[in-house]
Design a protein around this ligand. Structure first.
Ligand code: FEO
Ligand code: CA
Ligand code: CA
Ligand code: CA
Length: 645
């Protein structure tokens, strides 16, 4: 067992004599309420629902929803995918071609945009596929004893990944539909050409036989969450890219390459064969193409307003299992991007641009993310913290980069500073970054003037041979996860020092084990508070309410109930549950329209059981459907007012 949080806190307190409760941002007792709120002071007035196992979307009284777009819906004017037939007999080559123009699988992030002439667009990520639910008889047991896709199934899945840009519109009855054949509609898939920009462009580790210059890669994969930029592009994040690679690492000659692959878990022996992308293209076999995986694990900038613009992998933002990338403009005009690396014991990062945001010239902002400073977070046990510089990247007039690594870094980063961006994990580890409980989304809350960090869980915290607890990750065997708030010095997101605290330790009200209790601002939640676990993604409304989507409630280690969406008012400390999904799904992509009258979220992998048999066939919009379909839904108040009133 690792040391428990009480010991860490005691040590921290004796050092800095902080008052009890400061860890939770409250000196003394916090006000706490749940259930129906008054609606005054900014708390949404709806009556909290409770987590459940319903095979339908559950909302508070007075709200409605509809399905906006589903896996297989055509973005062009061609036919939708015939998902029942694909489930029964597998995809044909024609299905592969159609998937490239149809909405992809497992929708995750949702970004909402307006065109200059007022049309509504969504950018939606397609994180991964569930071949066991898409194709016939895929698994020979569970995922651990995975099936192997046919070449055509693998190619189909490659097209079902990536991003969709889709125009939507609000109908007069309040529902939202998507616009088939809109000139804005676009698919970016596992095969779309993408430019490599920034300090790692052209580096020897970025070169492959198909791209000897190291400047262009085919596809973006495992696009989990993302963020919108102030200039109206989307920063889509490549998370578990290791899960597409196969091969034997020990057969690679270059020991540095072997070392970095090991640090990033490349190849992944469970998911690599299950995706089978090496059957389509040998670049997914690390023995044939040892460098291809260095070309994944990046933040990718896409312009939803210009379907002709080539997406760009912005290497200055570092390479790791990127969950999301949230941009906020600092008082001096520089842009700060908060990012988490979603793996147990990985880190929290931010990037600060060198240049400043130009609100009057959109084009001038499109190179901003290629130059700047990449930092990793160090959380001290006394509730202070600092951003440790990993490296600065500056573009020379000839297009090459001057990279200044942190002077504390030794080899190999000193000799080859571009490695700070390609092997960001290694550099951050060398600088003593704080190991976290799986950093997911990090959103800036303009009303609290702070960054909110979702730490989804870490079942290995404190286990034998693993790091023990620290004050920022205070629970051993942290199945439930927690939410941490970073208060930057002077409320300025570009500051390099901060204080922090933990507004929510997720869990179940009244749970007997200390690491499973729901604790809000240092106070154990009352019995009628909604249980929550595995916080994943946030959206923050204009009143500063933090809306939280979860990924993991169904696990027997957690709630055994459907995932959902919750909301915390950080001022009144009111906590409620807003939405419950269906069996097997996680909820992702929480997003509002700019008028806050519509809330969007993604129902990802409905019916997922890790066997061939789904436990839900949601969305039940077709009487003969035998397959569940990941979909985006829109939610609105029946009285048409803002969601948060
Ligand atoms: Fe794809 Fe970290 O969730
Ligand atoms: Ca996620
Ligand atoms: Ca977010
Ligand atoms: Ca997730």
């Amino acid at each position: 067992m690792g040391e428990y949080f009480g010991d860490v806190l005691k040590r921290a307190m004796s050092r800095r004599d902080i008052v009890k409760g400061a860890l939770f941002g409250s000196a003394g007792l916090a006000l706490f309420a749940c259930g129906g709120g008054s609606g005054s002071g900014g708390t949404p007035s709806f009556t909290s629902i409770q987590p459940n196992t319903n095979d339908r979307i559950t909302l508070p009284a007075g709200f409605s929803h509809n399905v906006v777009i589903r896996w297989g819906d055509a973005l062009d004017n061609g036919p939708n995918l015939d998902w029942n037939r694909i489930r029964q007999s597998g995809p044909t080559q024609d299905d592969v071609n159609r998937q490239a123009s149809c909405f992809g699988y497992n929708c995750d992030f949702i970004g909402y945009f307006r065109t200059p002439d007022g049309r509504h667009l969504l950018a939606v990520n397609h994180e991964y596929c569930n071949p066991e639910l898409m194709f016939p008889n895929f698994l020979d047991g569970t995922r651990a004893r995975s099936g192997r896709p046919t070449r055509q199934e693998a190619e189909f899945m490659m097209e079902a990944h990536g991003v969709s840009i889709v125009e939507i519109r609000r109908e007069s009855n309040g529902t939202w539909t998507y616009v088939r054949g809109s000139s804005f509609n676009r698919r970016i898939t596992g095969k779309t050409p993408i430019e490599i920009t920034g300090p790692a462009r052209g580096h020897r580790l970025m070169r492959t036989s198909a791209d000897p210059e190291g400047v262009r890669v085919l596809g973006t994969l495992n696009n989990c969450a993302a963020g919108n930029t102030p200039w109206g592009t989307v920063l889509t994040c490549e998370e578990n890219f290791q899960s597409y690679f196969v091969g034997n690492r020990d057969r690679i000659q270059d020991s540095l390459v072997r070392q970095i692959h090991q640090r990033y878990g490349v190849p992944d022996s469970t998911y690599g064969p299950m995706n089978g992308f090496n059957q389509v293209d040998q670049r997914f076999n690390i023995e044939s193409e040892p460098n291809e995986s260095f070309r994944f694990g990046w933040v990718v900038e896409i312009d939803p307003l210009n379907p002709q613009r080539t997406p760009a992998k912005r290497t200055a933002l570092g390479r790791f299992r990127h969950e999301a990338a949230f941009s906020v403009v600092a008082p001096d005009g520089r842009v700060v991007v908060y990012m988490g690396d979603d793996e147990r014991f990985q880190y929290v990062y931010k990037f600060v641009t060198r240049g400043t945001y130009n609100p009057n010239n959109r084009e001038a902002n499109l190179g901003l993310l290629d130059e700047g400073d990449l930092y990793v977070a160090i959380f001290n046990d006394d509730l202070s913290g600092r951003w440790e510089l990993i490296a600065s990247a500056r573009r020379n007039p000839d297009g090459t980069y001057a990279i200044t690594p942190n002077p504390r870094l030794g080899e190999p980063y000193r000799n080859d500073p571009a490695l700070c961006f390609i092997d960001t994990r290694g550099a951050a580890t060398a600088l003593g970054a704080t190991t976290m409980d799986r950093p997911e989304d990090i959103d800036w809350n303009p009303r609290t003037g702070s960054a909110w960090v979702a730490l989804t869980s870490n079942d290995r915290r404190g286990a034998s041979g693993q790091p023990g607890v620290n004050a920022a990750n205070p629970r051993p065997t942290n199945h439930m996860g927690h939410i941490l708030e970073i208060r930057e010095a002077n409320g300025n997101p570009s500051s390099t020092t901060f204080t922090w605290h933990i507004p929510i330790l997720c869990g179940i009200p009244g749970a007997s084990e200390a690491n499973r209790k729901l604790v809000i601002y240092g106070v154990e939640a009352p019995a009628n508070a909604p249980a929550i676990s595995a916080p994943d993604n946030f959206v923050i409304d204009s009143r500063g309410n933090v809306w939280i989507a979860t990924d993991g409630n169904p696990s027997s280690n957690r709630l055994g109930l459907n995932d959902g969406v919750y909301v915390l008012n950080p001022f009144e400390r009111v906590f409620k549950m807003f939405l419950s999904g269906v069996p097997g799904c996680e909820i992702c992509g929480p997003e509002f329209t700019s008028d806050y009258r519509t809330f969007f979220c993604a129902i990802q992998h409905p019916g997922e059981t890790e066997t061939n048999e789904p436990n839900s066939r949601w969305p039940y919009d077709s009487s003969n459907a035998i397959v569940p379909r990941p979909s985006v839904i829109a939610v609105w108040r029946d009285d048409g007012r803002e969601i948060f009133v």
